[in-house]
Structures are given as C-alpha cells and as structure tokens.
Design a protein around this ligand. Structure first.
Ligand code: SF4
Length: 146
C-alpha cells in the first residue's frame, strides 16, 4: 500500500468518526463492556479495511506489536483488568454505534447509512472485499503497516 493511499484512508475514516460524534443520537455508555465480550452478544464487530488500519495504528501507538491472546469470546483489545478498550480513540465504527439496551440500544442503520457508505467507499478504494471480523481485520492491517 502506498503511503498517500494509507494517509487518505486514515484521514477519511477519522473524518467519518468525527462526523458520527456530531450526530445528535444520544446514548449513555455505562461501561459494562458486555459489547466487547462477543460470547454474550453473539455479535463480533466487522471492520472495513480503513477501520482496521485506523485500529492497527492505534494499537501500534500503545507500543504493542501483536494482538494479545484473549479469553474465549472476548475482543483481543479489551483489557479485562480495567474493563477498558486498548484503542478507545481508534475503535471501529461498530463499537461507536452498537450500544447495549442499558445504554440506549444500537443506532439504527438508517441513522448512519451515509457514514457506512463512506467507509465502504474507502474499503473499495483500498481494494478490500468488504468487512471482516475484528481479529482477522486488525491482524491483516498490522501486517500492512509493519
Ligand atoms: S475494539 Fe474496543 S470497544 Fe470495540 S469491541 Fe474491542 S475492546 Fe470493545
């Protein structure tokens, strides 16, 4: 991947996240972290390639090289001791729009469809083939930015 291509993808994904943060869709995360324990939700976040690159950059910025092993069904980026996300500022779109019932429930697709389309466009430009499960997507992105 060319440097300019990477920078453009990172910039566009971060712009989507900023736009999402301005939307008046109020939720109140109560930090139960159940949404980061996929065995409870039955849902694993799916990332487009641009989201994975942003997450991989955030992960590398913590000084780590490889994704940590996680307890079965947990997101590898969840720190069990603290209940915190290792890459919170760079967390994927799904982690920003999926809220448990206690926090107000997930955003509806139609509320954020324009932003999803923008992420899909970044994916297309990068030659991606659609969203992949978080572990595989970030592992591939870490290889890409190595
Ligand atoms: S990336 Fe962070 S917010 Fe998203 S599921 Fe993993 S630990 Fe939770």
């Amino acid at each position: 991947m060319r440097r300019e291509e990477l920078q453009h993808a990172l910039g566009e994904v971060r712009a989507v996240y900023s736009e999402l943060a301005k939307r008046p869709v109020v939720r109140n995360c109560v930090a139960r972290t159940e949404c980061c324990q996929f065995q409870f939700t039955g849902l694993t976040p799916q990332l487009t390639q641009g989201e994975a690159l942003v997450a991989a950059k955030g992960f590398r910025a913590t000084g780590r090289k490889e994704l940590p092993a996680s307890a079965a069904g947990d997101c590898p980026l969840l720190q069990r001791e603290t209940g915190k996300c290792l890459i919170y500022a760079d967390r994927p779109f799904g982690c920003r729009t999926h809220f448990c019932a206690a926090a107000g429930g997930p955003y509806s697709r139609k509320e954020v469809l324009d932003l999803i389309r923008r992420l899909e466009e970044v994916d297309r430009k990068l030659g991606g083939d659609g969203p992949r499960k978080i572990q595989a997507a970030i592992a591939a992105a870490l290889d890409e930015i190595r």
